[in-house]
Structure formats: C-alpha cells, structure tokens
Design a protein around this ligand. Structure first.
Ligand code: PMP
Length: 368
C-alpha cells in the first residue's frame, strides 16, 4: 500500500481526536438541500422486531440503515469526505481526475461527488463485483476498469496496482485510496459513530459491522472506546478472508466468497484490529439467506453484507448474553439495488442451493 498521494495517510499511532486531520461536526438535516450530497449521513436507526423475537432475543436490535445515503451505501460518506478533505488541502480541483480502487460502493460515492462537483472519475474494481454497481457508476459518468478477481492485492493486475499505474500515466490524476486514507475512518468517527451515540444517548452495548477497508470499524470503534467503553465491538469477516483475529479462525478450505464489500487478502492500514472485541466468520449461504429474511420479515431492503452482519450479530448477542434493556446496533451498509441479479433472484439463489424452489406454490414463491 503506497502512501496516500493526497497527503492524508492514516497514522494508527495517533489518537484521531489529536490527529492533524480536520473534524466535521454533525449537521442537522435541512428542509431544502443545496445538492444531493447533503443527503449523505443522518441515516435512520431502525428497530428490528420479528427476527429478534423469533430468535428469542429480548434486547433491542437496531439497524443503522446506510442504504438511505444518496448513492445507496455507507461508502458515500467516505467518497464525499475524501474528495472534500483533498479539496480543502488544495490537492485537487474540479477538472482533475479522481481514481478510486474499490469493491464498488466507494466508487459510487466518489463518482457521485465527482458528478456534482465536476471531476472526471475512474473506478478500478475486481470483476466479481456486481453489474448493477457498474451500471450505476457508468450512469454517474465514471469510467470503469475491471481487474481479474484472482489477482492478489500485490500483483500488478490488482485494482490497487492498476489504479497506481493509471495515476502515473494520467496528468492531474489522484488516487483517493480508501485503504490508507485518514478521511475514511474519520468519516465514521465524526459521522456514523456520532449519529449512533447521539440517537442512543451514549447507551449501546454492542455494535456489529463487517470489514472491507476497515474504515467503518476503526472509526466507530475509536469513538465508542472513548465515549461508551463497555460497548462490545464485533467484526464480521467472510470465510476465505484474512481480516479476522486470532488468525487461526481464518484457516479454511474456502478460497472464494461471493459476498461483496467485506473481506480481503491483505490487512489495510486503516483497519485497526486492536479495537475489535470479537470477530465472527460469515458464510455466503447464511448471509444471503439472512438478507432475504430481513427483506421478507422486516421490510428492510438491504444488501448481502447486512445479512452477514445480522446473522453474526444474532450469534454474538447470544454468546455475550445480551438481555432485556440492552441494545445492539447492526450496520446495514448497502441495499438490494446492488444485487438485483444476484441474491434477490430466486434462480441465482437456487443454483447455489441457498434456496429450494417450491414449484407447487400457487404464487410461484419459493422459500428455503
Ligand atoms: N459492506 C459493503 C456492502 C461495502 O461495500 C463495504 C465497503 N467495502 C463494507 C461493508 C465495509 O466497509 P469498510 O470498507 O468501511 O470496512
């Protein structure tokens, strides 16, 4: 991971509140927004009812519904923040080229800010990421480059190294590198975490979230350890990824996973695992089944990593014995919009044996 070219490389040895980076206070939602970018942040915290009840849980379970952000995911926060921090530091100006290596959602966040502010945007993402994300990126005017899914992070063909090469070739181009850019965890420290704490009056017993770049978990954990130190910070990492600790739990025969946005083959600089109290490994099948259940039983139109977080959260709430009067917040990072041709499709699910088609059902409905 080369140093962040926009000059804001994350330094894990510094406390965020004492770091040289700027902090942005929460803004109240205005009745009339000056652009769509004002609709990033301030996402709803929604109580889940039927699933916790059916699991015999008595604590309160709240979903932080990040898919209500303007571009549809939690990563809009960092897309905008990386652009605005680099603008404030005088590193980029409209007309420049912004390059984002991403699993897709960060690209959409950067492309959204680029569209509104007038930058050219190039998104470099592995082939396995959904066509829905590519179509949204193209509609936002971004150029997309796909890299082989099999390319390891340090291979010249990886999205990170292809982005680096493009930056060397294209004049006035800048990588907004989420993996080592301080704006990534700080967006969650100032925004996501602060919103949850304010909504819950600093009373939260557990927060459950997946890790991709690790910005979400690092930013939230750092703020919670300061303000709500007894809260358990739970990380979710897919089987086949190496982010969880202790490293023995990553040992598996599974080498690939289809869940998008979480899990990597390297540990990004912005992921500070020392703040995580416990990691859970997620399986594709149980994650996608839980996403479908969240849609059907709670009406929450979430994406795949939300399902992973939710089913691991259920395990964690049981393992830690959360009781009535206690509260668990689960991060729902993106929406089903990104996966219409994937886990929302009964055929896609049944091809993988994640769902049994019930051909006898009069509505043609099918349940696992
Ligand atoms: N879920 C989804 C769907 C994502 O796109 C991402 C971002 N890659 C995450 C979870 C994890 O967020 P972070 O990069 O902050 O760890």
């Amino acid at each position: 991971q080369p140093d962040c070219p926009s000059g804001c490389t994350y330094d894990p040895s510094k406390k965020i509140s004492e770091s040289p980076h700027r902090h942005v206070p929460l803004k109240p939602k205005s009745a009339i927004m000056s652009s769509i970018l004002d609709n990033i942040g301030n996402t709803p915290l929604v109580k889940l009812n039927r699933i916790p009840k059916s699991e015999g849980l008595h604590c309160e379970v709240l979903a932080k519904c990040e898919f209500f952000n303007a571009g549809g995911s939690i990563k809009d926060r960092i897309g905008l923040r990386m652009v605005e921090d680099a603008e404030k530091a005088g590193i980029i100006k409209p007309g420049d080229v912004l390059i984002a290596p991403t699993s897709g959602n960060t690209g959409i966040g950067v492309a959204l800010a680029a569209a509104v502010k007038g930058y050219r945007c190039i998104v470099v993402m592995p082939e396995r990421m959904s066509m829905e994300k590519v179509d949204v990126l193209r509609a936002l005017g971004a150029e997309t480059i796909r890299t082989p899914t099999s390319a390891a992070f340090d291979s010249p063909e990886s999205n990170i190294n292809v982005a680096q090469k493009l930056m060397e070739e294209i004049p006035n181009s800048h990588i907004l590198g989420q993996y080592n850019n301080a704006s990534n965890p700080i967006a969650h420290y100032d925004g996501t975490a602060e919103e949850i704490l304010q909504a819950c009056e600093d009373k939260v017993d557990m927060v459950v979230m997946g890790a991709g770049s690790g910005g979400t978990i690092t930013g939230i954990a750092r703020k919670f350890k300061e303000r709500c130190p007894n809260c358990k910070i739970i990380g979710v990492d897919p089987e086949g990824s190496v982010l969880a600790e202790p490293s023995e739990i990553n040992e598996t025969t599974i080498t690939e996973f289809e869940i998008e946005g979480i899990g990597y083959d390297f540990v990004p600089t912005v992921l500070e695992r020392k703040f995580v109290d416990k990691w859970y490994k997620s399986l594709d099948k149980l994650s996608f089944q839980m996403s479908r259940r969240l849609i059907r039983d709670e009406g929450v139109l979430c994406g795949g990593s939300s399902g992973a977080n939710m089913y691991c959260a259920i395990k964690a709430m049981k393992d830690f014995g959360l009781k009535e009067g206690q509260r668990c917040v689960v991060l729902f990072a993106d929406s089903v919009r990104n996966y219409m041709s994937k886990f929302l499709s009964d055929d896609w699910m049944s091809q993988r044996d994640y769902l049994q088609l019930d051909k006898a059902s009069p509505q043609g409905r099918s349940w696992w």
